[in-house]
Design a protein. Structure first.
Length: 685
């Protein structure tokens, strides 16, 4: 008998009399209570599960991810990181990763918020070339992230989802995917097969014929943003034009003509060089041509200054007004780096890039920028001092930049509030409008002829090229069916406008979560932080499904309706509800705001931080065996205890094996791992 046991026995002996007295008292009290005979209780048929609560194989999970933009890439990283043994596939319709940053390749394409704020929180790029990073550089960043986290084996390029159907019996999503019969391209040129074939299925044909196949998964995550669907503007005679007609969202002028050329020295792959720098080569013979750019949205504002010095004459046809923003974060950036605040888009010096290599300094630098970016939410609220001040500052800035052609301001400076339409800094745009070879035309277009454009005042302009920079379809009407319970297609459910649960999912469509869906963009603040939080939300759901052996997780209809009511009450307090044509309102002047989160970015991050599990309905995989909600507790052990993987030798082996897959490492004392310890701050020393 050990000393500890002896001590305990001694304590028991010393208190024996007290214990007997208490026991007698308790017995007297208990005698007054009704006693149930064991025979009267119904016999339980419940049996413990022959598995452990954290067994990676007890509840297999397959995740289907659609898209390889910022959302899809983040999802691929996080699902794989946080769910042991997860099976995952990422389908991408294009021939390379990057989402909108691959499909868009128009002249002047760039980010319109500071480049150091337009990246993942977990993967910093410290050598951005300029304040507003050009599109090809953002694309290169995304490719580097894919390589860093080894996502290539999971990505299937040139695989387009053409439909998705929820199977209520199995709780799984069945998707139909279209792909070329010939061997598809591989992600980022790494050479792996991406045929996406089911087991035993192989693609042998070398022709460019297309085929369709089906895949199934437990959770469907779509990262299909609002900049993935476009269409031609409804202008009479547009397709009759005999010159070059191009849409900014489908820029194909010169594609491929710069293959093999150095891509601005930022290490792009050959497909990226081909599709993102081809425009410069393609427009080299435009020096003697007359070009029309239709529109005054973000794309047009970037295209005009990019093409102005390369063409003989440029006509910008504008039907509405818009605010040109003071560059976001420019004052804070200038203050941090000692720059001239008048610079609109400066290149970072080698000395500045070198200073960003210091982790402590860069963390402070990025924090300061993001704080500045997130500090302007008050400006979008009606009647606030910040909104009034923004109008004065922006108007003064626009008038100053239009000094050579002040009459343009009468047709361009809006009457509606700042941010009613998407704000764009537009470096160089107003200056380009003031150049001698640029005409600003606010008269509405009547029709397009074979030779050019005729406006409603009867004037006709002969043209060689017409560029439609007229935006995207932001109605969230998918070009393919997504069918949930009872055969309901999301396109009919989201008519006349979409309703969601916290911009992450929708009732009637279990196990489907999304990023950049309805009401999930931001008018101010960090979009990338919100994308990550939407991904994390879906990952938490998948973790719950796996841990608790759930067949389905579905937002309650009343929760969706309550959120919709909140949205209806929120937006009238903002300038977004003022009369202005905006993609926030599906391209209309008035109506429902479907594009933006109803609140600040920081509020959104707080809301999505911890799921309200009570807002969901659940079905369990084992409902046919038992109705006991705690069946998922298994046999009372954890996987390391059951398998002996808590031992030092086995933990070493598991760490080596699972670290190669990126999955969670099992440990007999995982609660001591850094990821699980939340160390509280101590008293000041």
């Amino acid at each position: 008998m050990s000393a500890i046991q002896s001590s305990l026995n001694g304590q028991a002996t010393a208190t024996d009399d007290n214990t007997k007295t208490a026991s007698a008292t308790n017995n007297r009290d208990a005698s007054k209570l009704p006693v149930s005979s064991p025979e009267e209780a119904p016999a339980s048929t419940f049996k413990l599960g022959d598995f452990q609560i954290d067994d990676p194989n007890a509840r297999p999970m397959k995740i289907l991810i659609i898209g390889t933009g910022f959302s899809g890439i983040a999802a691929g990283i996080r699902f794989r990181q946080r769910i042991p043994g997860v099976e995952m596939v990422i389908y991408e319709k294009s021939e390379a990763v990057g989402g909108t940053w691959f499909s868009n390749r128009y002249p002047g394409l760039a980010c319109d918020i500071p480049s150091h704020c337009y990246q993942y929180t977990f993967t910093n790029k410290t050598d951005w070339s300029s304040f507003y990073a050009p599109g090809p550089e953002i694309l290169a960043y995304l490719n580097s992230v894919v390589s860093q986290y080894d996502l290539d084996p999971y990505i299937k390029l040139r695989h387009e989802m053409v439909g998705a159907w929820y199977d209520e019996a199995t709780g799984k999503w069945r998707i139909r995917v279209r792909r070329p019969r010939s061997r598809p391209h591989t992600s980022a040129g790494h050479g792996q097969s991406t045929d996406g074939a089911s087991e035993g299925e192989h693609v042998r044909s070398n022709s460019e014929e297309w085929e369709e196949f089906e895949d199934t998964g437990d959770l469907l995550f779509t990262g299909i943003g609002g900049l993935s669907r476009w269409d031609w503007p409804e202008i009479e005679g547009l397709k009759n034009f005999k010159g070059t007609l191009v849409h900014s969202a489908q820029w194909d002028v010169g594609s491929g003509s710069s293959e093999g050329k150095e891509a601005r020295g930022i290490g792009l792959t050959e497909p990226e060089k081909k599709l993102n720098n081809g425009w410069e080569e393609g427009v080299k013979d435009w020096k003697g041509k007359k070009i029309a750019v239709i529109g005054v949205g973000s794309s047009a504002i970037q295209i005009v200054p990019a093409l102005q010095p390369k063409v003989a004459k440029l006509y910008n046809y504008v039907r509405g007004k818009t605010w040109l923003a003071v560059p976001f974060g420019s004052d804070r950036m200038a203050g941090l780096l000692g720059r001239n605040t008048e610079e609109q888009n400066y290149a970072f010096s080698e000395e500045e890039k070198q200073s960003f290599q210091d982790p402590a300094y860069y963390k402070q630098f990025r924090h300061a920028l993001e704080e500045d970016l997130n500090s302007s939410h008050q400006a979008i609220l009606r009647g606030t001092p910040m909104q009034m001040g923004a109008r004065e500052v922006f108007k003064a800035n626009m008038l100053k930049r239009l000094a050579k052609k002040p009459w343009i301001a009468d047709h361009l400076v809006p009457d509606f509030g700042v941010a009613c339409r998407r704000l764009t800094p537009g470096p160089g745009y107003l200056e380009a409008l003031c150049e001698d070879n640029v005409d600003f035309i606010p008269t509405h277009i009547k029709r397009v002829t074979e030779a050019g454009i005729e406006t409603v005042d009867g004037k006709h302009q002969d043209l060689d090229v017409i560029i439609c920079a007229t935006g995207y379809d932001t109605s969230f009407k998918f070009p393919f069916p997504i069918v949930g319970r009872n055969g309901i297609d999301i396109r009919s459910k989201w008519s006349p406008y979409p309703k969601t649960y916290l911009a992450t999912c929708v009732d009637g469509f279990p196990n489907w979560f999304f990023s950049l869906g309805p009401n999930s963009a931001v008018g101010s603040g960090s979009l990338l932080a919100l994308i990550e939080k939407q991904v994390d939300y879906a990952v938490q759901v998948a973790m719950k499904m796996k841990r608790e052996r759930l067949k389905s997780v579905e937002a309650k209809r009343e929760a969706v309706e309550d959120y919709d009511e909140y949205i209806e009450q929120y937006f009238p307090t903002t300038v977004y509800s003022e009369k202005c044509r905006s993609w926030y309102k599906m391209g209309k002047e008035e109506g429902r705001v479907v594009g933006l989160w109803p609140g600040s970015t920081l509020q959104a991050l707080r809301v999505l931080q911890c799921p309200r599990w009570e807002d969901f309905d659940y079905e369990r995989i084992d409902d046919d065996k038992t109705k006991n909600r705690f069946y998922y507790l298994g046999d009372g052990m954890t996987f390391p205890e059951k398998t002996g993987t808590g031992s030092r030798a086995l933990v070493s082996w598991i760490r080596h094996t699972l670290s190669l897959t990126g999955n969670i490492i099992f440990s007999g004392a995982w609660y001591l791992d850094d990821d699980h310890i939340n160390i509280p701050p101590g008293m000041p020393s």
